[in-house]
Design a protein around this ligand. Structure first.
Ligand SMILES: *[C@@H]1O[C@H](CO)[C@@H](O)[C@H](O)[C@H]1NC(C)=O
Ligand SMILES: *[C@@H]1O[C@H](CO)[C@@H](O)[C@H](O)[C@H]1NC(C)=O
Ligand SMILES: *[C@@H]1O[C@H](CO)[C@@H](O)[C@H](O)[C@H]1NC(C)=O
Length: 599
C-alpha cells in the first residue's frame, strides 16, 4: 500500500538517477541470545533512519503488542507503553509489515518508549532495505525526529519469536550494525560557555571490529579531551550501561554469569557463550572499575586521566591475551598514580546482595530526561544533553563539541588542530623509563602520549612499554652498560661489564657486589688486604687505596712494600733491580718504573 507507493516513488526517482544506492540492501547481524530454541545469528536489514552514523550495538528484550500489531496507530490509544524502568532491559518492539510506512511504525514505537523496532516480513522473500519516504510531504514531518533503530527481519524469524513469546519465554536480541549508512547532517547544539558531554561505553574488547573502532576513537580523541577538560571548556563524564536481572531469573546460570550484586547489574556475555572466555559479569566489574577510576580521578581534579586509563587498559589487558583481570587493571591504575584503595572501596563487594551507589546512579541516568532520550545503544555520545548521531571519529566529534560554543568563545583547539601539550612531562606519562640511562618509552603525539619501547642509538628495545623495555640485539651492551653496574666518581669510572660477549657482569677489582645493581668499594685498609707493612700508612679511596711510607721511604705497589730512598735500609739495590725487572717484564715500561721510583 503506502509502503509500496514509497517504493515506487523511489524506483521512479532511481530512474531519474536521484536515488542512487539507496536500495542496496545492507545486511546486518541480529543475534538471538535466548531462548535456547532460537539462539543464533540471523540476517536483518537495518533501516536507513534512526541509527547513528557509527557502528553500534543494542541489547534488549522483544515485545509483541497485543493490539496494533502492525504499529500503524498510536500505541497510547491502546494504553500500551514500552517505557523501561531504570536498569530494565530496553524493549525491541516486534510489529508486522503492512498497512503503513516503515517510518511511521518506527515513529509510533519510539513515541511509546520502544528502544528499537523489529519489522517482520509478511511474505517469504529476500530482505529489503527500509527507507524513508520522500521528505517534502506534510505527513512526513516526524521523519527527522526518528532516533530509534529499526531492523527488517524475515517472516520465519518473526514467527519463531512470536511462538517463543506465546510460551512465556524471554526473547533477548543483540542488534548490531556497521558504519555503513549514508551521511546525514548533524544539527547544531545550543551554544554555551561550557559544553557538557557524556560517553556511554564499555570495557568489552571481545566484540571484534566494532569494539576496536570504539577504542580507536578513545585513543584518537584523548589528547583533545584532555586539553578541553584541563582548560575548563568541557565537563566530560563516562557512563556504563547495565541492566538488572528479572526477579524470577536471579538464580539462573545466565544471571549468575552475567550479573554482580545479586542480579542488580548485568551485561551480556561478551562472546554470547557462557561456556567460554569471559562472562558478562567480568565486563560489569571492569566497567565499574572504569567508572570508579573516573570518580576518584575527578575528585583529585584530574578527570582526563580516565582517557589514559581506558586506552592503557585496552592495550595492556586485552581479553584475547587473558589479561582482562583485576591484577592487570591495578597495574595500569598504579602507573597513572591514582589511589587504588579508593577505587577498590568504590567497587565494593560485587558478590554482596547490596546496591552499588555508582551503578545505581548509572541505571537511573540511562533513562533519558528531556531531549536526551534513553541510552540503549553502545557506544553513545551525548553532547549538551542530546544524543550525537554523526560519525564516531575525532574530527567529527570535535566539530560537534565545538558547535556547542558561542562564536569567538570557542577554544583554540576548535580552530586549529595543532595545539599540543607534552603529556610525557608529567610522571613520564605512566610509561617505562630508565632514569639512570635517561631512556624513556614515552612519546608525545598529537593524539596523546603513547608508551612504546624506544630505539636508542639504533638499538631496539622490546617490552610492553609500561612496565619494562629491554634492549635487544648484538649492540645491546652499548646501551645501559649491558645491564651491568657502572659508576663515575671524582672523574673516575668503574664498570662491572665483562667485555667478552658473555653478557655477564662482574664487579671490577677493588669492589664487591652482584655487578648488576651494586658494586661496593672494598676498604683495603680495614680488611688488611694491602699496605700492611710496619711503616706503611694506609688510606682507603673509592675503588682503590693510597699507601705511603714513613721516613722518606717509597711505596712499591706491585710488591706492597716500602723501600728507602737511599736504598740502605729495607732492601738492597739488588732486590730493587729484581723488583724493577720483575715488574718490567710483567707490566709497564722500564722508563715509567724508573721515573716512579724517582731514580
Ligand atoms: C521534531 O523535533 C522538533 C525539535 O525537537 C520539534 O520542534 C518538533 O515538534 C518535532 N516534530 C514532531 C512531529 O514531533
Ligand atoms: C567532577 O568534579 C567536579 C568538581 O569537583 C564536579 O563538579 C563534577 O560534578 C564531577 N563530575 C562527576 C561526573 O562526578
Ligand atoms: C635526557 O634526554 C633528553 C633527550 O633525549 C634530554 O633533553 C635531557 O636533557 C636528558 N636528561 C639528562 C638528565 O641527561
Amino acid at each position: 500500500m503506502r509502503e509500496t507507493f514509497g517504493f515506487l516513488v523511489c524506483v521512479w526517482i532511481l530512474l531519474l538517477g536521484n536515488c542512487s544506492g539507496r536500495f542496496v540492501v545492507k545486511k546486518n547481524s541480529l543475534e538471538v541470545t535466548s531462548p535456547d530454541s532460537i539462539i543464533g545469528v540471523y540476517d536483518c536489514a537495518i533501516g536507513n533512519f534512526g541509527v547513528p552514523l557509527y557502528s553500534g550495538t543494542l541489547f534488549g528484550t522483544v515485545v509483541y503488542p497485543k493490539a496494533n500489531q502492525r504499529g500503524c496507530m498510536i500505541f497510547d490509544d491502546f494504553d500500551i507503553s514500552f517505557i523501561s524502568k531504570p536498569g530494565g532491559l530496553p524493549t525491541l518492539l516486534l510489529v508486522d509489515r503492512g498497512d503503513c510506512f516503515f517510518t511511521l511504525k518506527a515513529w509510533n514505537a519510539q513515541k511509546a518508549g520502544a528502544a528499537a523496532i523489529l519489522i517482520a516480513d509478511s511474505m517469504h522473500g529476500p530482505l529489503i532495505t527500509m527507507d524513508t519516504p520522500e521528505e517534502e510531504n506534510d505527513w512526513s514531518e516526524y521523519l527527522q525526529n526518528i532516533t530509534i533503530p529499526s531492523a527488517f527481519i524475515s517472516r520465519a524469524l518473526g514467527y519463531s519469536i512470536k511462538r517463543a513469546l506465546t510460551f512465556g519465554e524471554m526473547v533477548n536480541i543483540n542488534l548490531d550494525w556497521m558504519e555503513s549508512l549514508p551521511d546525514r547532517m548533524e544539527s547544531l547544539q545550543h551554544p554555551d560557555e561550557r559544553v557538557e558531554y557524556e560517553f556511554w561505553t564499555s570495557s568489552n574488547d571481545g566484540c571484534g571490529p566494532k569494539c576496536e573502532r570504539q577504542i580507536e576513537f578513545v585513543k584518537n580523541f584523548k589528547a583533545a579531551a584532555r586539553i578541553l577538560e584541563q582548560k575548563g571548556y568541557t565537563q566530560f563524564s563516562p557512563h556504563y550501561i547495565t541492566w538488572y536481572c528479572p526477579e524470577p531469573f536471579i538464580l539462573s546460570e545466565q544471571c549468575k554469569s552475567q550479573c554482580i550484586n545479586h542480579g542488580r547489574y548485568c551485561t551480556p556475555d561478551p562472546e554470547q557463550d557462557f561456556s567460554k572466555g569471559y562472562d558478562g559479569k567480568d565486563v560489569v566489574v571492569q566497567n565499574l572499575r572504569q567508572a570508579c577510576f573516573f570518580k576518584v580521578a575527578n575528585e583529585s581534579g584530574k578527570p582526563w586521566l580516565w582517557w589514559d586509563y581506558v586506552t592503557d587498559f585496552a592495550i595492556r589487558c586485552p581479553m584475547k591475551e587473558k589479561k582482562y583481570t583485576k591484577d592487570c587493571a591495578d597495574k595500569v591504575i598504579l602507573s597513572l598514580g591514582v589511589d587504588l584503595t579508593k577505587i577498590d572501596k568504590c567497587i565494593g563487594d560485587t558478590e554482596a546482595d547490596v546496591d552499588n551507589p555508582l551503578l545505581k546512579a548509572e541505571q537511573d541516568a540511562q533513562i533519558g530526561k528531556g531531549s536526551h532520550g534513553d541510552v540503549t545503544i553502545l557506544p553513545t555520545l551525548v553532547i549538551n544533553n542530546r544524543q550525537y548521531r554523526g560519525k564516531l571519529d575525532k574530527r567529527a566529534v570535535l566539530k560537534a563539541i565545538c558547535a556547542g560554543f558561542e562564536e569567538t568563545t570557542e577554544p583554540a583547539i576548535c580552530l586549529s588542530e595543532d595545539i599540543e601539550t607534552n603529556e610525557c612531562l608529567e610522571n613520564n606519562g605512566g610509561c617505562w623509563q630508565d632514569k639512570a640511562a635517561n631512556i624513556s618509552a614515552c612519546r608525545n603525539t598529537f593524539s596523546g602520549r603513547v608508551c612504546e619501547c624506544p630505539i636508542v642509538n639504533g638499538v631496539k628495545f622490546y617490552g610492553d612499554g609500561y612496565m619494562h623495555c629491554e634492549a635487544s640485539g648484538a649492540l645491546h651492551c652499548e646501551i645501559n652498560n649491558g645491564g651491568c653496574w657502572r659508576k663515575t666518581l671524582e672523574g673516575r669510572t668503574y664498570s662491572a661489564r665483562i667485555d667478552d660477549h658473555s653478557h655477564g657482569c662482574k664487579c671490577p677489582p677493588g669492589f664487591k657486589g652482584d655487578g648488576v645493581n651494586s658494586c661496593k668499594d672494598v676498604d683495603e685498609c680495614k680488611e688488611k688486604l694491602a699496605c700492611q707493612c710496619p711503616e706503611c700508612k694506609c688510606k682507603n679511596t673509592w675503588g682503590s687505596y693510597d699507601c705511603s711510607c714513613s721516613g722518606g721511604s717509597l711505596y712499591i705497589r706491585e710488591y706492597d712494600t716500602c723501600i728507602s730512598k737511599d736504598f740502605k735500609t729495607e732492601v738492597s739495590w739488588g732486590s730493587v733491580w729484581e723488583i724493577i725487572l720483575g715488574i718490567v717484564t710483567k707490566k709497564e715500561s722500564r722508563d715509567t718504573w724508573i721515573r716512579r721510583l724517582g731514580l
